[in-house]
Design a binder for this molecule. Structure first.
Ligand code: NAG
Ligand code: NAG
Length: 238
């Protein structure tokens, strides 16, 4: 009889699909375990080399929450995005998966840069449901890291001409522990370094423009740190 045969082959087909999904899942986890096992998160990617690890930085400003002349501060919510290459995480030989996505609980197993905001008064990570952090590792060892932050930053405002005034408020970033010989931070070159959400609206202010600059600071002994300035020009006169 033909009827039961069709039924049998249909059943076999479902079984094959199931097995395929299962092996793909195992491989991904194996690759991640292998990478974690051989990784020292306390050591920067090219620590043993004569050249620095280059970290490209991009800021995505999702909102400007307050601007206070009294306290000379302003607060923003941003995504801090960083891109670098870590040869230790090149998994070309282990898998053909194009990239691995790490959630917040696994990120702590990997080295990440230590940028901080030097004009920060207070800051917080977003961790509603889970910390808003994401790390992508591409097969060739290129790493993309994104964190969502809310910051209150100091801004020296010149108030002589208030309220018909333009204020320049900066976000100044520096590496906490690495000199430029070890980890070199720069603004991203392939895209806009500072991206502002187009829906940003503040009742009393307008954001006129953004300007991304780099300053070199010397700390003696040939050590220098580059600080990154994202200057926002805020106009109190609309
Ligand atoms: C690694 O792969 C990514 C994604 O395909 C690419 O954008 C990047 O330029 C590559 N990096 C290197 C160092 O080859
Ligand atoms: C990644 O590893 C493969 C195999 O070892 C090598 O051929 C390739 O050049 C490496 N890629 C990068 C960007 O280092």
């Amino acid at each position: 009889m033909a009827y039961p045969k069709i039924f049998t082959s249909f059943f076999v087909l479902i079984l094959i699909v199931h097995i395929k999904c299962y092996t793909a899942e195992m491989k991904r986890n194996q690759v991640i375990s292998e990478l974690i096992k051989n990784h020292d998160r306390f050591v920067s990617p090219d620590y043993e080399e004569d050249f620095p690890t280059v970290v490209s930085v991009q800021l995505y400003v999702s909102s400007v929450d307050t601007v206070s002349e009294q306290n000379m501060e302003y607060s923003v919510t941003i995504l801090l995005r960083q891109l670098w290459h870590d040869p230790r995480l090149n998994y070309t030989r282990m898998s053909s998966l194009s990239r691995l996505e790490m959630d917040s609980s696994r990120i702590n197993n990997f080295w990440v840069p230590d940028l901080f905001f030097s004009n920060e008064k207070k800051g917080s990570f977003h961790d509603v449901t889970k910390p808003n952090r994401m790390l992508l590792i591409y097969r060739n060892g290129t790493v993309f890291y994104s964190i969502r932050l809310s910051l209150t930053l100091s801004c020296y405002m010149r108030l002589e001409r208030y309220p018909m005034d333009d204020q320049i408020c900066s976000m100044v970033m520096e590496s906490y522990s690495y000199s430029a010989e070890n980890v070199f931070f720069k603004w991203i070159e392939t895209q806009k370094p500072v991206v502002v959400d187009r829906s940003i609206e503040m009742p009393q202010y307008t954001l006129k423009k953004y300007h991304a600059t780099v300053c070199k600071k010397d700390y003696g002994e040939g050590e220098h740190i580059y600080s990154f300035n994202a200057d926002s020009y805020i106009s109190t006169y609309i």
